[in-house]
Design a protein around this ligand. Structure first.
Ligand SMILES: NC(=O)c1ccc[n+]([C@@H]2O[C@H](COP(=O)([O-])OP(=O)(O)OC[C@H]3O[C@@H](n4cnc5c(N)ncnc54)[C@H](OP(=O)(O)O)[C@@H]3O)[C@@H](O)[C@H]2O)c1
Length: 358
């Protein structure tokens, strides 16, 4: 409904009643809880329901679990079908925050699209899935196009700091020889599930065994980030590899809110991804996350003409910013063509807290 007209720079602009985007969310884990809270607090988004398989939460209200006061009551359902029996208003976007594995999130993506929603997920493998999961990527892309929906994998990393940002930083370069990105973060400031997956508090033997047997994943997504850079810049990389994560070990005992870490035990890890051409490293990504790391920074160095050296002092806090990526990308899904898209394919990402559904 038009409620006003503005005349700006010689153009009459119609203003419409502001409507929020209706959102459902899969996943009410460590990050999922914070995403739900942030959606509830954002005036341009409306959380119509949440889905989690954990019986501890099913049937409860998000606001009660999170101790949020106010009028809204958002129910937690065990699956989308049961949510759709109750929620009758059209739902614009499905947010998926359940797993790093694309195979695991695939059913939620498909059923969301079938129910008429665009899909956004922080599943790391979805950020650039075409090489790790070629068949699945084609299947998701075809289904999205058939249903005229958009599927996007986003996040801070992968999704922004170690892929999209270096890609955008090459725009003023006449030539690009190499790209090196380093994240150096204090994991004590991160959610517990993150500290757990980087091995905080383990002995060095436990760390190696848990990594080798897949009980902890370490960081997921370096290969996806390199592939996104390669695809955007057409670097022609012939070898992309992730080196086995190395434990970062405590020189002295330290304690944080997650664990007490004895001298010689694991503070966190260092992961390295390399993109090579003809034996030469063209892209190098170093991800260091460990308790009490100091100083914190995110750094990008592009050797080329001109050389670009960007350093974000203090680093970008990973949990807040992952949530922000979801919040900010929700209103942009409608302006992207249908299909399986990546962060390099969408209009310039930005803060969208003032963008409503018109
Ligand atoms: N791209 C990025 O930058 C980025 C950043 C941060 C996190 N992530 C990823 O985002 C994911 C979520 O993070 P988190 O810390 O919140 O993980 P988490 O604590 O493990 O929470 C996941 C939640 O989803 C539930 N779940 C699993 N499968 C489900 C399904 N099919 N339907 C509904 N709920 C389901 C889980 O229930 P159960 O516990 O009962 O299994 C759990 O409650 C992780 O994979 C993480 O690696 C990505």
């Amino acid at each position: 409904m038009i409620y006003n007209c503005k005349y700006i720079s010689g153009v009459i602009q119609q203003e419409y009643m502001s409507k929020p985007f209706n959102v459902v969310q899969f996943g009410f884990g460590s990050l999922g809880k914070s995403i739900a809270m942030a959606i509830i607090n954002r005036s341009n988004l409306h959380l119509v329901g949440l889905i989690d398989i954990d019986p501890e939460y099913v049937g409860k209200n998000v606001e009660d679990v999170l101790s949020i006061s106010g009028d809204t009551k958002t129910k937690i359902y065990p699956n989308l079908d049961s949510l759709l029996k109750v929620v009758k208003s059209p739902i614009d976007v499905s947010v998926i925050a359940t797993s790093s594995s694309l195979k695991v999130v695939k059913p939620s993506i498909i059923e969301s699209m079938r129910a008429g929603m665009n899909v956004i997920s922080i599943c790391e493998e979805l950020s650039f899935p075409f090489n790790r999961h070629p068949k699945l990527s084609v299947e998701l892309d075809s289904k999205a196009k058939e249903l005229n929906k958009t599927v996007l994998g986003t996040g801070i990393n992968p999704g922004y700091l170690m892929d999209l940002l270096p890609i955008v930083l090459t725009a003023p370069c006449q030539t690009v020889e190499t790209i090196t990105v380093t994240r150096h973060m204090n994991s004590s400031h991160r959610r517990f599930s993150f500290q757990k997956k980087i091995g905080t508090g383990m002995t060095q033997n436990e760390f190696r065994k848990n990594i080798d047997e897949g009980h902890i994943t370490g960081h997921v997504g370096l290969v996806e980030s390199i592939r996104m850079i390669d695809s955007a810049l057409n670097l022609g990389l012939d070898k992309i590899e992730e080196l086995p994560p190395e434990a970062v070990v405590a020189d002295e005992a330290i304690a944080n809110s997650f664990a007490t870490i004895k001298k010689g035990n694991v503070l966190g890890l260092k992961s390295t991804g390399l993109g090579k051409k003809n034996g030469k490293t063209v892209v190098r990504l170093d991800f260091l996350a460990y308790a009490e790391a100091d100083p914190q920074y995110d750094e990008i160095v592009i050797e080329g003409l001109p050389k670009i050296h960007q350093r974000i002092e203090g680093g970008v806090q990973g949990d807040y910013s992952t949530i922000a990526m979801i919040l900010n990308l929700i209103p942009m899904l409608g302006s992207t063509g249908p299909g399986l898209v990546t962060m390099k394919d969408i209009p310039v990402p930005r803060n969208t807290e003032r963008i409503f559904k018109n």
